[in-house]
Ligand binder design. Structure first.
Ligand SMILES: *Cc1c(COP(=O)(O)O)cnc(C)c1O
Length: 356
């Protein structure tokens, strides 16, 4: 499939001060778009000027949220080259999300080719400063005008990109986390393992509660027993208990399988560490805290890469982790992952893909 490119006639000024970028508010000049129609499949892949969409008020996504998305980054590396981090994993996961949400499969190769061409066209939008990157947001939604409940028959697949500043403007700071005991994010059998809009809408009330308490993120417990740890906000979670690195297992489908999570596990295995995917209850964590074996807690996700947790608030109990300092394993993982992403250390895992 040939990708038609229409360049903008009105290029926007590219921000020059990366410290003003923040996250997710500024968008580059172009976007990749492709349409789907039942009986016809995906058609008309194209790159067009970034701009508003014309949608029917009856567009199905606006009513029943049949939509999926992904999140990844493009990095500027030494010598002005550009690279992506495990992008095929993102498009695979997008199709996994799509199969749960009855969205037709997106041809991975066209999506990846569209992304590469888009990034090449907008390459001046990739920030240059340390830790900054071009955030990439692919998404799909049902757009046919129909207000009955059924899978859509028409879809749009779009990729937009957004220059983003360093996640840690003031260095890798530990965050406080609130253990949510009344709201749940996902249940076994539900769409928790997918990046679908509704999951995030459903998490907002818990997030608002955490913020009311002055804490950065919510730690979600399982939806059935309200006891087993699932994940934090839009991050997976790891604990270092004694010499074991532990993360909740994905079985059950209520936890999103992060690519950063997968990469952390693979690095720990490579380094000969003991890393386990299993069920972990909040009581086990409280016990490990009490007996002094809870050494580190950190979240993992594309945006923050590694987010050290300095405090867990569970009911009235406040567990202060590693003296609110960054742990040794958290720091080593952060340095290694960002080192590979920004081309500062050799990628012997085969994770990076050049955009050329
Ligand atoms: C995106 C996301 C993650 C992290 O996934 P990465 O692929 O590592 O970015 C974890 N949990 C949720 C709920 C997410 O949406």
């Amino acid at each position: 499939m040939n990708i038609k490119i229409t360049k903008t006639q009105n290029p926007k000024p590219i921000p020059t001060d990366d410290s003003t970028l923040g996250f997710g508010r500024i968008f580059s000049d172009h976007m990749f778009v492709m349409n789907y129609k039942k009986g016809e499949g995906w058609y008309d892949p194209r790159i067009v000027p970034y701009g508003d969409l014309a949608l029917s008020p009856a567009a199905m996504v606006l009513h029943y949220s049949q939509t999926i998305f992904e999140g990844m980054k493009a990095y500027r590396v030494e010598g002005d080259k550009i690279q992506l981090f495990r992008p095929r994993e993102n498009f695979k996961r997008m199709n996994l999300s799509g199969s749960r949400m009855v969205i037709p499969e997106i041809p991975e190769d066209i999506a990846l080719e569209g992304l590469k061409q888009l990034i090449k066209l907008d390459k001046d939008w990739i920030p240059r400063s340390d830790g900054a990157s071009l955030y990439v947001r692919p998404f799909v939604f049902a757009c046919d005008p129909f207000v009955g409940v059924r899978p859509g028959e028409e879809y749009m697949f779009i990729i937009i990109t957004s220059p983003s500043g360093p996640y840690y403007a003031t260095g890798l700071n530990p965050v406080g986390i609130y253990v949510e005991e009344s709201f749940v994010r996902a249940v076994r059998g539900g769409p928790g393992y997918t990046k679908t809009g509704g999951n995030y809408a459903a998490s907002l009330a818990g997030q608002a509660e955490a913020q009311k308490q002055g804490l950065a993120q919510v730690l979600w417990l399982d939806g059935i027993e309200r006891k087993y740890i699932e994940e934090v906000g839009a991050m997976n979670i790891f604990f270092v208990i004694g010499d074991e690195v532990v993360t909740p297992e994905l079985q059950g489908g209520s936890i999103l399988g992060g690519i950063t999570r997968k990469s952390v596990i693979e690095l720990c295995v490579k380094w000969g560490m003991k890393v386990t995917e299993r069920r972990i209850s909040i009581d086990e964590i409280a016990e490990a805290y009490k007996n002094g074996t809870l050494k580190e807690v950190f979240g993992t996700g594309t945006a923050a890469v590694i987010s050290p947790v300095g405090m867990l608030k569970w009911g009235d109990a406040e567990m202060k982790i590693n003296d609110n300092k960054i742990g040794e394993i958290s720091a080593k993982l952060y340095d290694t992952l960002t080192g590979i992403q920004y081309g500062k250390i050799a990628d012997d895992m085969g994770w990076t893909m050049a955009v050329e």
